[in-house]
Design a protein around this ligand. Structure first.
Ligand code: PMP
Length: 437
C-alpha cells in the first residue's frame, strides 16, 4: 500500500544500498525479538532496531505508558512550569547513574545530547574563567550524531566531506584500532595504556590548556564496533584529568545495559565528566536523549567566577511528557525484569557464538565483541568494498535474521532479552551467508 511516486519522493537517508527503490522491504509490526514483514514472515532482530530496543520491541508496559500519557498530557514546555514526569524521571535515572553524577539535561535524540554535552563543556570552562579552552577532540572512526557539533567531532570522514564547513578547532586522534587489531575480550595484554600515552604526546603538541573536552564512545559503535584495548579508557581519564580537560563518554549505544551494567562507565570502571545517552533510554519507542552531568562539573559551573549554570540551551522537546513516560516505564522494565543482569549473564554465550563464526571461512578478517555488541568484519571483495558484507546481510534477511552491514562489517547489537537459541540462530545464519559468498 505504498502511494505512487512516494518511493521516489522519499529521500532515504544515508543509504549506500539503493536496492530499496527497486525492491522495497518493510517491517510492519514488531514484538519482542522479532519484526514481521507484510507477507507475515517473522524476522529475528539482531541489532535492536538501531541499537535501541534493549527490552525488545513493543514491550506492553512501555507502550501502555505512552498510550496513557498521550491521553493525559501531550505537551508541557520545560521552559515554563513543566510537568512532574521529568522530575520523576530525573530522580529515577540518578539511581542507576555512575557515582558522582547528579544532574541530567534532557534532549530529544542522541545528536542533541552530544551537541548539548559539547556546549556544557565549553560553558564549564568559561564559567571558570578559562574561556580560551575551546578545542574539542574526537577520535577517528567515532560516530557522534548528525548535529553540527556531533558531526564535527565524529571521526567518519565521508560523513563530513559533503558539507565542507564544520566547527572550528576540532581534532581527531587516531583510533587505537587503526594502530593494531585487537580482540578486547580475548585476553589481549594491557596495550591500551601505550596508545593512550601516545595520545598524550599529541595532546601536548597541541597545547592541552586550549582543549575543552575529549569525546569518545567507550566502544566505538557505528565505526564498526571497536572495543577499547585494555587500560585505554582508564589512562585516557588520567591524562584528561591531569590537563584539566573534560572527558565525555558518548553512551548513546552503550548506555542502558548494552555492556551488562547501566552504563559503560560502570561496566569498564572509568568515570567521565559527562555521559550522553539516548536510544535504550526510551527503548526506542519515542525519541529521547540526555546528558548526565557529574556533580563536579555542575558545582564548578555554579561557583565559577563567570557562572553559567543556567545553561542558555534547551529544546522544545527536552523532557517531553511522552518521552518521560516511556523512559520511566523503560526503567521499570529494565529493573523488574533484571534485563541488564540478563545481558551480563548471557554475554559469555554471545562471545563464544560470535567467535565461532570464524569457522565459516577465510573471508573473515576480524571478529570483535564486548557485552552484547558484536562485529564480523569481512575481507572486501577486490574493487567492491562493502559488497560481501551486504550480500551476507541480505542472505541473513532471506533466512529470517536482520543484521546490519556497515561497509565491510556486519554489526550486531541484539535486544538484551535475547536467549541462547536466538544467539545460535544469528550465528548460524551469518555462517550460512558467509559460506554462500
Ligand atoms: N552517538 C552515538 C554513539 C550514536 O551511535 C548515535 C546514533 N547512532 C548518535 C550519537 C546520534 O544519535 P541520534 O541518531 O539519536 O541523533
Amino acid at each position: 500500500d505504498i502511494p505512487p511516486n512516494s518511493l521516489e519522493a522519499y529521500w532515504m537517508p544515508m543509504t549506500p544500498n539503493r536496492r530499496f527503490k527497486s525492491a522495497p522491504e518493510f517491517f510492519v509490526e514488531a514484538k519482542g525479538m522479532h519484526y514481521r514483514t507484510p507477507d507475515g514472515r517473522s524476522v529475528l532482530d539482531a541489532i535492536a532496531g538501531l541499537w535501541c530496543v534493549n527490552a525488545g520491541h513493543c514491550h506492553p508496559k512501555i507502550i501502555e505508558a505512552i498510550r496513557h500519557q498521550a491521553g493525559k498530557l501531550d505537551y508541557a514546555s520545560s521552559f515554563s512550569l513543566g510537568h512532574p514526569l521529568a522530575f520523576h524521571y530525573t530522580n529515577r535515572v540518578m539511581e542507576i547513574a555512575p557515582k558522582g553524577f547528579d544532574h541530567i539535561f534532557l534532549a530529544g535524540s542522541g545528536s542533541e545530547a552530544v551537541d548539548t554535552a559539547l556546549k556544557i563543556a565549553l560553558a564549564y570552562h568559561r564559567s571558570r574563567g578559562e574561556g580560551h579552552r575551546q578545542r574539542l577532540i574526537g577520535r577517528q572512526r567515532s560516530y557522534h550524531g548528525m548535529g553540527f557539533g556531533g558531526l564535527s567531532v565524529s571521526g567518519i570522514g565521508w560523513q563530513r566531506a559533503q558539507f565542507g564547513v564544520m566547527l572550528p578547532g576540532v581534532s581527531h586522534l587516531p583510533h587505537t584500532h587503526d594502530l593494531t587489531r585487537n580482540a578486547f575480550s580475548k585476553g589481549e595484554p594491557e596495550h591500551g595504556v601505550d596508545f593512550a600515552d601516545a595520545l598524550e604526546g599529541i595532546l601536548t603538541a597541541m597545547d592541552p590548556s586550549t582543549v575543552a573536552a575529549v569525546i569518545v564512545e567507550p566502544v566505538a559503535g557505528a565505526g564498526g564496533v571497536l572495543p577499547p584495548p585494555k587500560g585505554y579508557l582508564k589512562r585516557l581519564r588520567e591524562i584528561t584529568s591531569k590537563h584539566g580537560i573534560l572527558l565525555i563518554f558518548d553512551e548513546v549505544v552503550t548506555g542502558f545495559g548494552r555492556l551488562g551494567a547501566p552504563f559503560a562507565a560502570q561496566a569498564l570502571g572509568v568515570t567521565p565528566d559527562l555521559i550522553t545517552c539516548a536510544k535504550g533510554m526510551s527503548n526506542g519507542a519515542v525519541p529521547m536523549g540526555g546528558v548526565l552531568v557529574h556533580h563536579q562539573v555542575h558545582d564548578a559551573m555554579s561557583q565559577g567566577p563567570e557562572t553559567t549554570v543556567e545553561l542558555a540551551h534547551g529544546y522544545t522537546y527536552s523532557g517531553h511528557p511522552l518521552a518521560c513516560a516511556a523512559a520511566l516505564a523503560t526503567l521499570d522494565v529494565y529493573q523488574e525484569e533484571g534485563i541488564f543482569e540478563k545481558a551480563a549473564r548471557i554475554a559469555g554465550k554471545w562471545e563464544a557464538a560470535i567467535h565461532d563464526i570464524r569457522g565459516a571461512g577465510g573471508v573473515i578478517r576480524d571478529i570483535r565483541n564486548l557485552g552484547l555488541l558484536g562485529a564480523v568484519e569481512i575481507e572486501p571483495a577486490p574493487n567492491a568494498p562493502g559488497q560481501r558484507a551486504r550480500a551476507v546481510a541480505n542472505h541473513c534477511l532471506e533466512n529470517g535474521v536482520f543484521v546490519r552491514a556497515l561497509g565491510d562489517t556486519l554489526i550486531l547489537s541484539p535486544p538484551l532479552i535475547i536467549n541462547e537459541d536466538q544467539i545460535g540462530q544469528i550465528a548460524d545464519s551469518i555462517k550460512k551467508g558467509i559460506r554462500a559468498l
